[in-house]
Design a protein around this ligand. Structure first.
Ligand SMILES: CCCCCCCCCCCCC/C=C/C(=O)SCCNC(=O)CCNC(=O)[C@H](O)C(C)(C)COP(=O)(O)OP(=O)(O)OC[C@H]1O[C@@H](n2cnc3c(N)ncnc32)[C@H](O)[C@@H]1OP(=O)(O)O
Length: 288
């Protein structure tokens, strides 16, 4: 019989991980990143309930809240409601803009304040992982949030000529649908009333939205390259008194290249989460 990996225990919705017993302290964060030697086992094999909203899950949720503590639960509920509302406001503003103007030109400008506020607020997700009130991998959350912050502040905000690119709309739509689903998933989970549709959406929409978002991000960075090269923005040239040089153009090329190893890791991580949460499969390590 295999034993549960930390990946299963630390990941969202793995019922078997929870029924293996409460874990008051979060597990090592890097463990949720793909790459560990593991096989998949069904919930039946493990004798656990892989279903969605069963009484057992309610008990687990209550146990989870007790483990979290009242303050953390109240804070996370507030945070998730605020984030769901923020991204909903963004969605409504985008739809209204498009219906009124019939073009995407000017859309970013009209929603930028709300976007910057809520996406920057999401930095708290890294803090939540670091202080251990959510069991998400700090690496997974860190890559996800920092790439978004980078796109918002260092690309779209800083390089005005690209703000009307279609690719900006592409990642904005992908982010918005994803975040409305994700934060409402967390909210309803905390409140013990998770509709199956939200759970299904959380673990299915990403299949399309993740690649769409990444394509939008990459095309936007690509569109920024000529401007960055021409203006030399954010670059430090030699000679200078610190004897340091930095070329933002090459930094952008490296960032684009870094999507090649990083994106599949996040995507396969989500696919594994999907199998665990929707199909009740759990990661088990084989004993030698
Ligand atoms: C400086 C420049 C850097 C550049 C770097 C460039 C490289 C970048 C390469 C990668 C690019 C990615 C770009 C991203 C684009 C997009 O987002 S496109 C849009 C589509 N995106 C998605 O669909 C992915 C969205 N992200 C996520 O789903 C997640 O954030 C995650 C980070 C992938 C983590 O998911 P997962 O491991 O499933 O963990 P969690 O969902 O976080 O759940 C684990 C448990 O923690 C609980 N929890 C987490 N957060 C909360 C919360 N706020 N409130 C309450 N509870 C929370 C959750 O319920 C789980 O609990 P259990 O069920 O008890 O286990």
């Amino acid at each position: 019989m295999g034993r549960l990996t930390e990946a299963a225990a630390a990941s969202g919705g793995a019922s078997a991980a929870r029924s293996a017993g409460p874990s008051p302290t979060p597990l090592p964060l890097s463990s949720t990143f793909p790459g560990c030697t593991a096989t998949m086992a069904s919930s039946e094999e493990d004798g656990t309930n892989g279903g969605a909203s069963e009484p057992g899950e309610e008990k687990e949720a209550t146990g989870k809240r007790r483990r979290l503590g009242l303050l953390a639960t109240v804070w996370l509920t507030f945070y998730n409601i605020a984030m769901t509302a923020g991204w909903l406001v963004l969605a409504i503003a985008m739809v209204r803009f498009y219906m009124e103007k019939g073009t995407h030109k000017g859309l970013y400008k009209s929603i930028q304040k709300t976007l910057k506020f809520f996406q920057t607020f999401a930095l708290l997700e890294i803090v939540h992982c670091l202080i251990g009130i959510v069991p998400t991998s700090v690496i997974v959350a860190g890559v996800q949030v920092s790439s978004r912050i980078f796109m918002v502040w260092l690309i779209t905000h800083s390089i005005k000529p690209i703000q009307n690119e279609e690719s900006v709309v592409l990642f904005l739509v992908a982010w918005t649908v994803t975040e409305i689903t994700r934060y409402s998933f967390y909210t309803f989970s905390l409140l013990d009333h998770l509709p199956y549709f939200i759970k299904w959406a959380r673990y299915n929409f990403f299949i399309i939205l993740y690649p769409v978002g990444v394509v939008g991000e990459l095309l936007t960075i690509y569109a920024a390259l000529p401007y960055v090269k021409k203006t030399g923005m954010f670059s430090i040239r030699l000679p200078n008194k610190y004897n340091v040089s930095f070329d933002y153009y090459y930094f952008l090329l490296i960032t684009m290249a870094s999507y090649i190893p990083l994106f599949p890791q996040l995507y396969f991580h989500m696919l594994r989460q999907r199998r665990k949460v929707l199909h009740g499969e759990v990661m088990v390590e084989k004993d030698d």
